[in-house]
Design a protein around this ligand. Structure first.
Ligand code: AHR
Length: 710
């Protein structure tokens, strides 16, 4: 946050409402727009016979202006079963018996048992018989027969996929006062075929964590209906946190992430990762808003197997996910286990080489979804209440968790969880997509507290920049108006969101050309052209040429949402589609990939010349850049139904082999699907480039030309 004293900030706060009262709200343009457009891309109409192709693209200089190193990143929200049932590789649904009223069968949801088995879920909060105070329910079982009886769990949504030879790690907490004659863990499909088995020897009187590894004898797609069976001989016992993970997680991490989905993220080279929302940060009410402390077990000590741990998944209280169906007994209830919590999020950032951009609740629930449930306008805590201040404290503590050493409360917990080194943290978003006095008066309290903290503990807080929300619509200017009134220290970034039709993206490629270069930079936190077809992807690509051209003031941009589970989802389009054992990438994904893996260091000036009608009926978009190796990178987008010839002039370029990657297809309605996942995928080729050469660009195409100059 740029420094300005709190006093001057508050003085302005008191005087400006009067100024505003006479101003008409303008929803069509940004109030900070200046008259001066960015002079780096010139378009010229020509009648001359100087060139014979459709366009002439001339590189005017090999030096331009630096653009953001963080430009292309990702936004991960647990929507569409992106996390629980998706990226987080836990295979057991309702492992902790904490599911509630959203779920069919409530605490027993996901589980079934042999008829003769006596079983029930016990709430141990009254007599403290629980595993810990954040995980109070457990399963009590009694087998009075001479036969072995079992409980089983078939996993999330379309179930479990098993691979021959792969190892699966089962863990569970068990205790038995009277003993149990045998305990086995099996993987069995609907037809009764056994895939793996392991035994657990005698169990103790107090809860203890037991772990066994199962090796699969054969493969089974999810359609085979493999379930985890926990099989008991005669006796009585309690069980909790019954969990199964593939051993082969992304980067081999325990409690890890699905490898195929994580690799799809890795292949995007995301510069940053925004998390965890989105609306899940806000909640329909504050009760189901995402709380980062819950996601690390609130820092409670957990004594088990003779030692004390912090942050264990067994200590993370479950929360309803606002994207779930709150009002019915659902077969696919949506809970957040927080198994992929903030600690795993920071590890994922580390593994992907991405900068974390966490978002926290502003003491205010979702103004759109919340209004439906709470009434108007939303669940908002009074700003002078202790409850509200706790939200600020939580945000301050998040910084301490990332950067603090062992002498700090939350830094010590991070270290106890296994990460001695601090996690990098420069930005924190305060609230998501909110607006109005109800939001800004809360946001301003966070600003005040962070300014104070920066003075008191500069080693933790001085570099932290706050991100202000700007409402949910492209024409929203809420935050920009605040900045115009109070100055650029109001925020470190302004978070714009928009989901618009492809035509909007095509006609707004110059949106940022006239943004004030001296104002607060932009974080385009969520955007999509509302379809997973080629038309939408081309529109996004055309728009992204505008983002990159303005990469000096658009600091970060992320498509949303990131994942869609094809079995059950709440939002389309999505960048990456998946179900159990299968992943396919949308054409929008490949657009993101082409841009993010060919990012320039500088945008360099260019001139586009074409005949008048071509330039007026704009269907060709481009941005030219240069990277640190002095490779020229041309990003070209042809949205027309005709191939085009482009004369490319690069003064003084020696003849060289250049690399071309194209993404195109026959029809604008084409899209990648589970049955045809690579209908539209990047194709690599090479061409000879020189001082002047012609590039023939297919119709409906995004092309990246990488031209070495050394
Ligand atoms: O990306 C899906 C949702 O869209 C996000 O949760 C919210 O911020 C926006 O309305």
């Amino acid at each position: 946050m740029k420094k300005r004293t709190l006093l001057s900030f508050l003085a302005l706060t008191l005087t400006v409402p009067l100024l505003f009262a006479c101003k008409k709200t303008d929803h069509t343009s940004n109030p900070l727009i200046t008259e001066v457009p960015t002079p780096t891309v010139t378009m010229q109409a020509t009648q001359s016979k100087e060139f014979i192709t459709d366009y002439l693209l001339t590189i005017d200089s090999m030096t331009g202006y630096d653009i953001s190193e963080l430009l292309y990143g990702l936004f991960l929200e647990d929507i569409n079963y992106a996390v629980d049932g998706g990226l987080y590789t836990e295979m057991v649904k309702n492992r902790s018996f904490e599911y509630g009223s959203m779920a069919k069968g409530e605490n027993l949801h996901g589980w079934s048992a042999d008829q003769d088995l006596e079983y029930r879920v016990t709430d141990g909060s009254l007599d403290h018989s629980y595993l810990n105070q954040n995980n109070t329910h457990y399963l009590s079982i009694r087998n009075t027969t001479e036969s072995e009886l079992s409980i089983k769990n078939s996993g999330f949504l379309d179930g479990m996929t098993i691979e021959e030879g792969a190892n699966y790690e089962f863990s569970g907490y068990f205790r038995s006062k009277e003993g149990i004659s045998s305990l086995q863990i099996l993987l069995i499909d609907e037809s009764g075929n056994l895939y793996a088995s392991a035994s657990i020897p005698e169990i103790t009187k107090e809860f203890r964590k037991y772990e066994v590894t199962l090796t699969a004898l054969a493969s089974a797609p999810s359609s085979f209906g493999v379930s985890l069976y926990v099989v008991f001989g005669k006796g009585q016992m309690d069980a909790d946190m019954l969990s199964l993970f593939p051993q082969d997680t992304y980067k081999g991490r325990k409690n890890g992430l699905r490898k195929d989905l994580s690799l799809a993220l890795e292949e995007l080279s995301p510069a940053f990762l925004r998390f965890p929302g989105g609306c899940v940060v806000e909640g329909e009410t504050l009760e189901n808003s995402y709380n980062w402390k819950n996601s690390i077990g609130n820092g409670i000590p957990f004594e088990i197997n003779g030692s004390v741990t912090y942050g264990d998944v067994a200590t993370r209280p479950l929360s309803e996910n606002l994207w779930g169906d709150q009002n019915s007994s659902s077969n696919h209830p949506y809970y957040m286990t927080y198994g992929l919590g903030f600690y795993e999020y920071f590890l994922l950032c580390e593994d992907l080489g991405s900068e974390p951009v966490p978002i926290v609740n502003a003491g205010l629930s979702c103004l759109i979804q919340g209004a439906r449930k709470v009434g108007t306008p939303a669940d908002a805590l009074p700003i002078d209440s202790e409850e509200f201040y706790q939200y600020i404290q939580d945000a301050l503590d998040l910084v301490e968790f990332c950067k603090g050493d062992e002498t700090t409360t939350w830094g010590a917990i991070r270290i106890a969880m296994g990460h001695k080194e601090p996690f990098p943290l420069n930005y924190i978003g305060i609230g998501n997509e909110q607006w109005g006095t109800i939001y800004f008066e809360r946001y301003e309290q966070f600003v005040k507290a962070f300014e104070k903290a920066a003075l008191e503990k500069p080693e933790l807080y001085k570099d932290i920049q706050l991100i202000v929300a700007n409402g949910p619509v492209a024409s929203d200017t809420y935050a920009w108006k605040k900045i115009k009134l109070y100055g650029t220290e109001y925020a470190g970034l302004v978070d714009e969101h928009y989901y618009m039709a492809p035509s909007w993206f095509l006609s707004n490629t110059k949106r940022y050309d006239s943004y004030d270069r001296n104002s607060v930079p932009v974080f385009l936190g969520e955007y999509a052209a509302k379809s997973n077809n080629l038309e939408a992807a081309l529109a996004e690509a055309a728009f992204m040429t505008g983002i990159e051209r303005n990469g000096d003031i658009v600091k970060l941009a992320s498509y949303a949402p990131l994942f869609g589970n094809s079995i059950s989802y709440q939002w389309t389009p999505d960048l990456i589609w998946f179900k159990s054992g299968v992943v396919w990438k949308s054409v929008n994904y490949y657009v993101q990939q082409l841009f993010s893996t060919n990012v320039a260091k500088q945008v360099i000036p260019s001139t586009l010349t074409g005949n008048q009608s071509k330039l007026t009926n704009e269907s060709f978009y481009q941005v030219c850049g240069i990277d640190e190796n002095q490779d020229i990178i041309l990003k070209l987008v042809n949205t027309s139904d005709k191939s085009i010839d482009i004369t490319i002039r690069i003064p003084e370029l020696k003849e060289t082999k250049a690399f071309v990657t194209t993404l195109s297809s026959e029809s604008l309605t084409d899209m990648n699907t589970v049955v045809n996942p690579k209908l539209i995928a990047p194709v690599d080729a090479s061409i000879i480039a020189s001082e002047e050469f012609i590039y023939q660009m297919p119709k409906y195409c995004v092309a990246i030309l990488r031209i070495p100059t050394k």
